[in-house]
Design a binder for this molecule. Structure first.
Ligand code: PLP
Length: 396
């Protein structure tokens, strides 16, 4: 049968009919250890019973009204996010790209309202990923994603990730800069962490933003919701950003995104400035409220502990082959000394689902509820595959 879908994805030849925790079952009933959790989405694992019950109960009660009216569950979710983030106010959308669109609009409003800059610019990073809408793909630091879609949205100044001198140079050259938009750990480009660590990098960025009166806007769409072992990755540091965006793990698979603000960014949006039909429906908010409540019961700390266990396991089993590990919590990049995209199919045949990005980085994003036994299995299975793979070139 021919597919009726646009071929926008290079899909693998496997599909799934059910999941449980870190496990997925394909349409033939074969079981896979899922190290992707839907690309950092199902932090509480597949088919989490508490989230499933919250969604089912809410679906029976009230799915959608509209932002024409008060949405009490949206207020509850706003307060829950305020509690876990230390931010002040939230705007709800349905995806990461939409959350970043809100952030980009906020930076522009900030420029026009407070800095009287007619053509504002935002500093963004090389190898970043911020989404596929026109503004967010323009912010994204990947030419392949932008190719064919020009003219791009203007107003972005690109610098290398983790390069403070480049930001200072941009500041000296461009008086129109009003904000920095950055991922605390770059995800899509293969899990790249700042060399001096998240605290030092973010604290320096905060100081630069304060010095120039810019907004510090963190894209925590992937790093948020417990992924790195704190609710948000910026909480590894002592700073508070002006804007934080998140999505992915917020609804454990139910599509919901949020843009959180405080300080200079707090009071920029007013009635009519922004909106979306599905943003913060009772159903989405209920899913996210259940997810946050469950995350706080242990999975975030588990992400920290299991992340260390997995990192140590890989270094023990593969360190002699020049393999290194980057990242934090359960957002880990296993860096191989040679390109390894073919490992995706080999791992799948061995019952493990994994992502390879930037050609020679295995990107691990398992569910935050992974057990010790499952974490050890993940390390053993992937290490065996990598050892065989790396030995091939050596013996040829
Ligand atoms: C850091 C980051 N920002 C933004 C996005 C875009 O999110 P979405 O695909 O929900 O639009 C992603 C998705 O991978 C991401 O990892």
């Amino acid at each position: 049968m021919t597919s009726a879908l646009m071929p926008t994805y290079a899909r693998q030849p496997v599909g799934f009919s059910r999941g449980e925790g870190v496990w997925l079952y394909d349409t033939e009933g074969r079981r896979y250890l899922d190290t992707t959790s839907g690309i950092a989405v199902c932090g509480l694992g597949h088919a989490n019973p508490v989230v499933a019950e919250a969604i089912a109960d809410q679906a029976r009660t009230l799915v959608h009204t509209s932002n024409l009216y008060q949405v009490p569950l949206q207020e509850d979710l706003g307060r829950a996010l305020r509690d876990v983030s230390g931010m002040d106010l939230c705007f709800f959308g349905n995806s990461g790209a939409e959350a970043n669109e809100a952030a980009i609009k906020l930076a522009r409003l900030y420029a026009h309202k407070h800095k009287h800059i007619a053509e504002p610019a935002i500093i963004v990073m090389e190898n970043s990923f911020h989404g596929r809408t026109l503004a967010t793909l323009s912010a994204t630091g990947n030419k392949k994603i932008q190719e064919g879609f020009g003219p791009l949205v203007s107003g972005f100044v690109r610098v290398p990730f983790d390069d403070i001198a480049a930001i200072e140079k941009a500041a000296a050259e461009n008086p129109n800069i009003v904000a920095i938009l950055v991922e605390p750990i770059q995800g899509e480009s293969g899990v790249r962490a700042p060399k001096a660590g998240i605290p030092a990098y973010l604290e320096t960025l905060r100081a630069i933003c304060d010095q120039h009166d810019w907004l510090l806007m963190l894209d925590e769409i992937q790093t948020g919701n417990g992924r790195t072992g704190k609710y948000f990755a910026f909480q590894h540091s002592s700073i508070q950003p002006d804007v934080v965006t998140t999505a992915k793990g917020l609804g454990n698979g139910f599509p919901i995104g949020a843009c959180l603000v405080r300080g200079k960014a707090r009071d920029l949006f007013g009635p009519g400035n922004h909106g979306t039909t599905y943003g913060g429906t009772p159903l989405g908010c209920r899913a996210a409220l259940a997810t946050i409540a469950e995350l706080k019961k242990g999975p975030i700390e588990n992400a920290r502990v299991m992340g260390e266990r997995i990192r140590a396991g890989f270094l023990r089993q593969l360190g002699d082959l020049g393999v290194t590990v980057e990242g934090a919590g359960l957002m880990l990049g296993v860096v191989l000394p040679k390109p390894c995209t073919e490992l995706v199919a080999r791992a799948r045949d061995a019952g493990v689902l994994l992502i390879v990005s930037a050609e020679h980085r295995i990107r691990l994003l398992p569910a935050l509820v992974i057990s010790e036994q499952e974490a050890d299995l993940l390390v053993d299975k992937i290490s065996a595959l990598v050892r065989d793979f790396l030995s091939e070139g050596a013996s040829a």
